[in-house]
Design a protein around this ligand. Sequence first.
Ligand SMILES: [Ca+2]
Length: 302
Amino acid sequence: MIPRMRLVLLLLVSAALPALAQVRPDAPLPSTLTRDLSKAAVALPNGLDGFPLGCDPVVNVKEGTLLVRIPAGQFILGSDRWPEEGGEAFAAVLDHDYYIAAHEITNAQYKRFVDATGHRPPVEHDTDGEPEPIWQGNSFPAEFANHPVSGVTWRDAVAYCEWAGLRLPTEPEWESAARGTDGRAFPWGDEWDPGRCRNATIEWTGTAAVYDFETGRSPWGIYNMAGNVAEWCQDGYNGGQDYDLYKAGNLSLRPPNPDLHVTRGGDWYTCEFDYMLRTSQRGCCAPGERHCHIGFRPAMTP
Ligand SMILES: [Ca+2]
């Protein structure tokens, strides 16, 4: 079967699936979560507009991250349109619900972590020529409070998540959250639109606030899964071996790799072409590296 026909069939199957598990709004929550959205670290610009019914928005009490619930089920991994890395599109099934942050972790959130734990602030970048970090000492200019933190290593991101009682998403969880069930090429649909995310296809403009780009949200209502900062995933990166396992139905966490960990989503600084911002794009970086274009968003298992 030619790739395009196969993808059409996958999309038809996906379209027939329920869009969301129905989560009762009064279902019990662990004490670490609340449905009181006034506790969110970053106020939602438009309330719950754009979040699908049943996604059960909750706030992580410890540090205010807004999380939405993604249901177990089938989605599409990979791409026929840009087959490098992930290879051709295929249907995969996640066997568990999970929560994932609606936004990237902000500088203000990260400062509370630094202040509470004494963890190293993100004051250095590891590549010559990158812009100077906006952090100086333990702080940053106030106008960047709701921009994503960057200059954090994979280990920094893991430390934040452990402090917060959360974890980094796995790579399949990230891709499912970015593209919903219909296998779309970008979080908003199949057509590239440079105005729907912060990217470098036009010019370098630095990071944007984590709730900017309302029209670039994923089907689950999640912000900036394309662009702004690329995001660390929990998994080690092992090239095509990872996708071979995913294709075989094994979506479990890939083991740590001392040399490379997965990053996803593309960013404001390095992504000069549309294919670098697609939902199936795979990036990777050494777990100890710090860059101006890599941050993270947490997840958790209910
Ligand atoms: Ca991002």
